[in-house]
Design a protein around this ligand. Structure first.
Ligand code: NAD
Ligand code: GLY
Length: 363
């Protein structure tokens, strides 16, 4: 049996562990010790459930469990589908001591998390992320919610899980496009805070793409540690947590503008980080060589680096103006002072933002 890494998100009484390792879904003790009551609702989707639901059910002997299976895809991360989770909770008479287990990628995790935050004003939540993206990012930190047709993740709550169980063996069934989407968030941690990690990713990209277990375990561990530290310091994003949104304001505009599900979240964030790098260069903060390094690592990770042709510059500007980083009408952006150091700023002109978008279309 390979080693299990346990990290901690330090939030006082609401602290919780992140378990990272292979075959964790074969170890009943880990899951069961975080379930306080006698009732569980497993939330999964039509792709993940046939692969892993039985494994999770097998860990729950002696506990009453039910499951709800959501349709698959970002386009279903909405209030209508969320309601089917409440329907299941109510029809199965789940009480306030119920634990919701989110089994799936970030879409399932965000929706199950919001259901846990809101059902009877809050029930227990455990995240079992099964995509690289959800193992390095979305399952940790307590952001939950759904999309609105006019804006990505616009309805939600901060609500922390009791545990995150990242079984890295589940990544073996993930398709390559989804693996690359997860790598976008891994690269993000290097770009915002850790130049050494950025270089490590650069040097180990082939191993990561080939799913070398050691390389993946290291990337997930460093990513989760960075996220846990940032969340512990700024749970509700009044300051440094916003750094975790590097590339996301551009990326969310792409996801909404193209129609949810057309570009994967990680793909939109990958292109968004390239746009943020170009904007940082326009402000004179980084040079062309650094922009090219950012673009090259995204290309090596098989991620897009340019804005979609079918979106206009005005569409970008309109969609970016409803981002959650707009405060009192001013859009704050996460930009790069250098590789390994990002800041949140409104120190730019509208013309510079428009120019950063304009130079991000393919010639
Ligand atoms: P996803 O949940 O749509 O999963 C990607 C695809 O992989 C889906 O088709 C899914 O069914 C499938 N899948 C999942 N696990 C699998 C497995 N082990 N084997 C085979 N297929 C599998 O997408 P995602 O990239 O995991 O998450 C993206 C979502 O996460 C977006 O909605 C984004 O907004 C959100 N997000 C949230 C946070 C947060 O802090 N809450 C952070 C980042 C992203
Ligand atoms: N993914 C951004 C955050 O969790 O804050």
């Amino acid at each position: 049996m390979s080693e299990t890494t346990t990290l901690k998100v330090d939030l006082g009484e609401r602290s919780y562990p992140i378990y990272i390792g292979q075959n964790l879904l074969d170890q009943p003790d880990i899951l069961k010790k975080h379930i306080p009551g006698k009732n569980v609702l497993i939330v999964s989707n039509e792709i993940v459930a046939p692969l892993y639901l039985k494994k999770v059910e097998a860990l729950l002997s002696g506990i009453r469990f039910e499951s709800v299976i959501l349709p698959d895809g970002e386009q279903y991360k909405n209030l209508e589908v969320l309601n089917t989770i409440y329907d299941a909770l109510l029809s199965h008479r789940m009480d306030r001591n119920t634990t919701i287990i989110a089994l799936g990628g970030g879409v399932v995790g965000d929706m199950a998390g919001f259901a846990a935050a809101s059902y009877q004003r809050g029930v227990h939540l455990i995240q079992i992320p099964t995509t690289l993206l959800s193992q390095v990012d979305s399952s940790v930190g307590g952001k939950t919610g759904v999309n609105h047709p006019l804006g990505k993740n616009m309805i939600g709550a901060f609500y922390q899980p009791r545990a995150v169980i990242a079984d890295t063996s589940t990544l073996n069934t993930l398709d390559s496009r989804q693996l690359s989407a997860g790598l976008a968030e891994v690269i993000k941690y290097g770009l915002i805070k850790d130049a050494d990690f950025f270089d490590w990713i650069d040097q180990n990209m082939d191993a990561l793409l080939q799913r070398d277990p050691k390389a993946l375990a290291y990337a997930i561990k460093i990513s989760c540690q960075t996220k846990a530290d940032v969340v512990a310091a700024d749970e509700k994003e009044s300051g440094q947590r916003a750094l975790l949104n590097l590339g996301h304001t551009f990326g969310h505009a792409i996801e909404t503008g193209m129609g949810y599900g057309e570009w994967l979240h990680g793909e939109a964030v990958g292109a968004g980080m390239c746009m943020a790098a170009r904007m940082s260069a326009l402000l004179g903060w980084i040079d062309e060589a650094q922009v090219n390094k950012v673009i090259a690592i995204m290309e090596n990770a098989r991620l897009p680096t340019m804005a979609p042709d079918s979106m206009s510059e005005q569409q970008f500007l309109d969609l970016m103006s409803v981002d959650k980083k707009v405060l009192d009408g001013v859009l704050r952006l996460v930009l790069l002072k250098r590789i390994g150091h990002a800041i949140v700023t409104n120190d730019y002109s509208k013309e510079q933002l428009a120019e950063a978008i304009r130079i991000s279309y393919k010639k």
